[in-house]
Design a protein around this ligand. Structure first.
Ligand code: ADP
Ligand code: MG
Length: 898
């Protein structure tokens, strides 16, 4: 800006300097103005007219503005795009200030730090995440200003931290490091396109580089939020301090509604990385539809805190058998008590978001309507407690979480009930908040406001009587205001403290203290009524704010009942069963169903299937079958049943016994992964690599047509090697869907591998999908029939059938396969040893090279005679006993033949 900036522009410059990475909304009268780069940016983003200040002068600068009453929607749009907005207000009424109005940044709004309902998703936490990367570990902190939750954990590495972020779907991420050595990691996280599938609009969460944090600063920032900061580990402590510092800088004028920081233990939760979450369509379908996700099916909660809790449980299932069982038992109570469930759900259905309402009160932002919603919420909570009180078994009371009755804040609830009108106004600027009878002073002012003329009549009567002047009248004119008029004959009899105002034909006009008083009261009643109302509102908000944490605690208790009742309702409506959860390597599901497909695509005609996996017996299922048979559905169904069970829900099956899993890893082959817009082989392999790296013996792995992203042989070779590694080196429970029929030979080689196929029947060249899983490999793929279903023209189908016959005939003639060196070298063995001790008992090619007969049924090509001869030569060659010289000579001969 030019050196001779005006005082106002100096103010702007100072505010902007304090918040360089925010868009500054600078209040000027009825507008928020943006200047310089902010103006240019906002004009583009918000479609505003770009003007300029001091047009045509040397210090001309770009400017754009929005009317203050419309600012909210503009701010929302900027936040949705990931921007920060600093609100710089006028701190005094310009009419009362001489010279320049003081201005101050009162709040910085960022996507993660908004608390207004319209910016928030009811069923989802609004997390701010902070990561602190150190050599010793990675700290992750999560803070939800709208609910007051704040937690931190220290994880082993950046990968684990990102996995947690994917699970929590923060709206905004801060990344920093205090160690120069970890700077590279910070950069890698920052440059990572953190695609967070479950976040608000499915948009990217902005990732911000956080400023350095002093050594002492971490501890002092956390201050009284924890009595034992050291319990968190240094990186977790720093991450927490970063989150808190950010929140404080953005809310300089408010006491943050964060009572404490808790330690959260991602390690006690089943791990679901981002790809798995996406592939299993846990919270949204691949196409982005929420209703067609698992959450969409099971979210029958009645309250917003309940919906958030359910979502969190779904994305962070437990691993502790006892805790999981207790959750199931809690659900079971409501499954059995159908009437109670229905009454509870009806009752909770009318409840507002107590948790966030209380937070707004703590921040001083609660509107009269918010208070009304808190009053209603407290009343409903009390009703719910009474309902649950009907449970007479103490064991069940314990399971449902009512053994200890919650603090229902009865006193506050009563006060609010006595204070507020049925429907308080939405905005503070509207009047009519309090009930008559709540506050004497307010009632009086209201009385004055409304009944001024009656009070005047009363005074008139009083004066007549007192003075004995029957025709005394109290009147009002605009010019003179209120006066008492007496006829001339009484002129001399009025008391001394009456002052004469005017003489008219009819008599004398006076005024006196009592009348002045009343007149003044009437005139200012309106104003004073408003003031008193606002005063009472502030008091009320303060009382609610003081009880903020107790209210939120109550909301969380209610949320747990809500989730239990909702899951029971799901079990009832969709016919789910209580699973048996144990610490074993079993996975036995009878008549299991896919919870989403059975409700949506295959409503009423879903074919249930059994699946039995066992770490010690058959642990890897190879699933073959034609396209559209239901392979992917089966695979996902198995994974979803495990997740449902471990989150504490009943499951869609006739019966289920599940040994807890520590990780669900699900991958889908590149060409099946169209919805993500990624089809490269590289992506597929990176994902496969991460499975092999992370899977343990207790994991459940779902691989859907891995290897599709490359040519047939490459793909088959990789699929084969991956399947073998899963079986031999890891020994986890796994389902592997594949269109490589060659792979089904694996079952003959390992007693832990079995073939299954999803059946289809051919009827007059038409294919009928039975969706039934049967033992054994599929005999053929029915590709041509599926192509016909899809509407390929008849000539093309006829040609395809012909080619298929040729190819199939050729296949029979393919002679025995050559011996092949093992695909993986010592590296695989190394990591295998790390991953699981199972390798010691393994019998696969990892230990015994030279057994990989994988191309026995490789699709043949129509060979020329020369080529056939060349092949003959190759087959005859004994590689183990061939010298390099011989090999070279042979190569020359081969080339000649071809
Ligand atoms: P694949 O992976 O074998 O190509 P999918 O699992 O994608 O087949 O299933 C194709 C369609 O078949 C699904 O969209 C679903 O509508 C239907 N389907 C799959 N499994 C079943 C089942 N068990 N019962 C009824 N319909 C099913
Ligand atoms: Mg499929």
């Amino acid at each position: 800006m030019a050196g001779r900036a005006t005082p106002v522009m100096q103010q702007f410059a100072a505010a902007k300097e304090a918040h360089p990475d925010s868009i500054l909304f600078f209040r000027m009268g009825d507008f928020y103005e943006m200047f310089e780069d902010d103006a240019v940016l906002c004009a583009k983003l918000l479609d505003l007219t770009l003007t300029s200040r001091n047009k045509g002068k040397a210090d001309e600068i770009p400017m754009a503005g929005v009317p203050h009453h419309a600012a909210k929607s503009y701010v929302s749009r900027l936040l949705a795009m990931g921007h920060k907005v600093a609100i710089c207000e006028q701190m005094a009424d310009p009419s009362t200030v001489k010279g320049i109005v003081p201005r101050e940044v009162v709040r910085v709004l960022t996507p993660a730090l908004v608390t207004e309902q319209e910016h928030l998703e009811a069923g989802q936490n609004n997390w701010l995440a902070a990561i602190d990367i150190a050599i010793a570990g990675v700290g992750v902190a999560l803070l939800d200003l709208s609910t007051g939750e704040f937690m931190a954990a220290q994880l082993a590495d950046v990968d684990s931290a990102l996995s947690e972020l994917a699970r929590m779907s923060p709206r905004e991420v801060l990344v920093g490091s205090s160690e120069v050595a970890a700077e590279a990691a910070v950069r890698s996280v920052k440059s990572l396109d953190l695609f967070l599938p479950a976040s608000g609009a499915g948009s990217d969460a902005p990732v911000r580089q956080d400023a350095p944090l002093g050594e002492e600063e971490a501890v002092t920032t956390l201050g009284t939020l924890t009595s034992d900061a050291d319990a968190f580990g240094p990186a977790a402590q720093r991450a927490a301090a970063r989150a808190l510092r950010f929140a404080r800088v953005c809310n300089p004028r408010a006491e943050l509604p964060i009572p404490r920081i808790t330690e959260w233990e991602p390690t006690s939760q089943l791990i679901l990385d981002e790809t798995t979450q996406t592939h299993l369509e846990l919270v949204r379908s691949m196409a982005g539809d929420r209703k067609a996700s698992l959450l969409g099916i099971i979210d029958l909660t009645s309250t917003a805190p309940g919906a958030r809790l359910l979502r969190r449980r779904l994305l962070a299932p437990l691993m502790d058998v006892d805790r999981i069982r207790r959750r199931h038992q809690g659900v079971a109570v409501f499954v059995e008590r159908a009437l109670l469930r229905e009454r509870l759900r009806n009752c909770l259905g009318k409840m507002g978001d107590l948790e966030r309402l209380a937070t707004r009160a703590v921040l001083g932002d609660a509107t009269p309507r918010d208070l009304g919603a808190i009053r209603d919420g407290l009343r409903i909570a009390r009703e719910a407690v009474a309902l649950l009180g009907e449970i007479d078994s103490s064991a069940e009371r314990e399971l449902v979480g009512i053994a200890e009755p919650p603090d229902t804040l009865d006193e506050l609830a009563d006060t609010l009930a006595r204070a507020l009108v049925e429907r308080p106004p939405a905005q503070t600027k509207e009047s009519g908040i309090f009930l008559a009878g709540f506050d004497e002073q307010l009632d009086e002012l209201d009385e004055l406001r409304k009944n001024g003329s009656e009070r005047i009549t009363a005074l008139e009567a009083e004066l007549r009587e007192e003075q004995g002047i029957p025709n005394l009248r109290v009147r009002y004119t605009r010019v003179f205001g209120w006066y008492v008029e007496v006829s001339r004959s009484y002129k001399g009899t009025v008391p001394d403290d009456w002052r004469r105002k005017q003489t008219v034909a009819a008599g004398e006009r006076y005024t006196m203290p009592a009348l002045d008083d009343l007149a003044h009261q009437i005139e200012s009643a309106q104003e004073r009524h408003r003031e008193r109302e606002l005063e009472l509102l502030r008091e009320m908000v303060a009382r609610v704010a003081e009880a903020g944490e107790r209210i939120r605690e109550l909301a969380r208790r209610v949320a747990r009942w809500d989730v239990n009742a909702a899951l029971a309702e799901v079990a009832h409506r969709h016919d789910y069963v209580q699973p048996v959860v144990e610490a074993s390597g079993q996975f036995v599901v009878k008549a299991g169903r896919h919870p989403v497909v059975e409700q949506l695509a295959a409503q009423g005609r879903f074919v249930p299937n059994d699946v039995t996996l066992s770490c010690d017996e058959v642990r890897l299922h190879l699933v073959t079958g034609p396209n559209m048979a239901g392979k992917s559905t089966l695979l996902r169904q198995v994974a979803l049943i495990a997740i449902l069970a471990q989150m504490g829900s009943f499951v869609p099956a006739e019966s289920a016994t599940l040994g807890v899993v520590d990780r669900v890893l699900s991958r889908v082959g590149a060409s099946d992964n169209v919805a993500r817009g990624e089809s490269t082989f590289m992506v597929e392999m990176r994902e496969t690599a991460s499975i092999l790296k992370h899977a343990t013996r207790r994991s459940l792995v779902i691989l859907d047509e891995i290897g599709r992203g490359t040519s047939t042989f490459d793909g088959l070779a990789i699929a084969w090697a991956v399947a073998e590694y899963l079986d031999d080196a890891i020994g986890c429970r796994a389902l592997f869907a594949t269109h490589y029929h060659e792979l089904t030979q694996l079952a003959a080689k390992s007693k832990h591998v079995a073939n299954f196929s999803v059946s289809a029947r051919e009827l007059d060249d038409e294919i009928v999908f039975l969706h039934r899983v049967v033992p054994g490999a599929a005999s053929r793929s029915y590709g041509v029939q599926v192509a016909r279903l899809a509407g390929l023209p008849e000539p093309v189908l006829a040609r395809a059938r012909m080619l298929l016959e040729v190819l199939e005939a050729g296949q029979g003639k393919t002679p025995a396969p050559p011996a092949v060196e093992p695909v993986a070298g010592s590296g695989a063995e190394e990591s295998a040893n790390e991953a699981a001790p199972v390798i010691a008992q393994g019998q696969g090619p990892w230990n015994k090279p030279g057994q990989l007969a994988m191309f026995a049924d490789a699709p043949p090509e129509p060979f020329s005679e020369e080529a056939a001869e060349a092949l003959q030569l190759l087959r005859a060659c004994d590689v183990d006993n061939t010298t390099p010289m011989q090999a070279l000579r042979m190569l020359v001969r081969l080339k000649k033949k071809l």
